[in-house]
Design a protein around this ligand. Sequence first.
Ligand code: ATP
Length: 315
Amino acid sequence: MELAIRADGLRKTYGDVVALDGLSFEVDRGEFFGLLGPNGAGKTTFINILVGLVRKSGGTAEVFGYDVEAEYREARDRIGLAPQEFNVDRFFPIHEVLEHKAGYHGVSPAEAERRAAEALKTVGIWEKRDTRFDWLSGGMKRRFLLARALVTDPELLILDEPTAGVDVQLRRDLWRVIERLNAEGTTILLTTHYIEEAERLCDRVAIVDSGRIVEVATPDELRSRGTDEVFVTLADAPASVPDIDIDGVVGTRLDGDVLVVTAQGGGRIAPELLRSLEYEGHEVVDLDIRRASLEEVFVDMTRTDEAAKKLGAIQ
Ligand SMILES: Nc1ncnc2c1ncn2[C@@H]1O[C@H](COP(=O)(O)OP(=O)(O)OP(=O)(O)O)[C@@H](O)[C@H]1O
């Protein structure tokens, strides 16, 4: 499998601040890959190194096998970036901004015009083509940043919080566009604070904390690390918590006639749980499983020692 991104022992320091502390992971061509991490984890620094805006302090970063510094042009021409910040030329109509961008990456004027029109239609702001960036609404600005990333027909599309501050409708519109691009073969690297977004869109996610990768896994694998809650409603409230001795169960409590069982893999333990309860003479009326959310797992994994110490001090 060809790699779209390879980071190996990547480091970046700003004076005393260590932004990347030996970051290593790989993204396959065609993947939809999410980068999740708390504020300041180093996500934007990593992206800026990939696109040549920040020089690394050590380690390796490659895009489709090209070193992002030694082979900058080859790497950069393959990347489309929709950044977090609005860094757009404000004095030209937006279709011209796109044409300039394509021209800068070696596209002929006629082809640049065609691509600019196509990109504006793709993101749904073609009718605004003669408007300046400043005169677009906030949501249209986000759409435009995506169009600008697309105008060079990139093999790797990097989206740094593309849906920050946009309404639900636009978020879903943007998802549709991005999912279609991915289905057509574009590799996607997405950073987001909306865990639901990562969960829904990404094939795999990397959890980044303090400049290092904590974990790389599919959203499903990550969720299975957390604990589910199984709610079993019994016909008669038992006098005490029934004794449950099943592998994977980490806790039980009674809430009236509802027995709440905390377990890793709620679906897996449910049949044995039912058998065991019935064997002990309890009549089960209802069963409901609440799966661990990716958000809970994420919060657990990125709870820094510092934060844990502070919590410990307060309690
Ligand atoms: N130009 C800079 N000079 C000094 N420190 C910087 C600079 N850019 C980033 N940093 C520091 O590097 C660390 C990583 O920042 P970065 O912006 O990469 O994090 P992030 O994961 O993108 O955060 P967010 O989710 O808030 O966007 C932070 O501690 C930040 O303060």
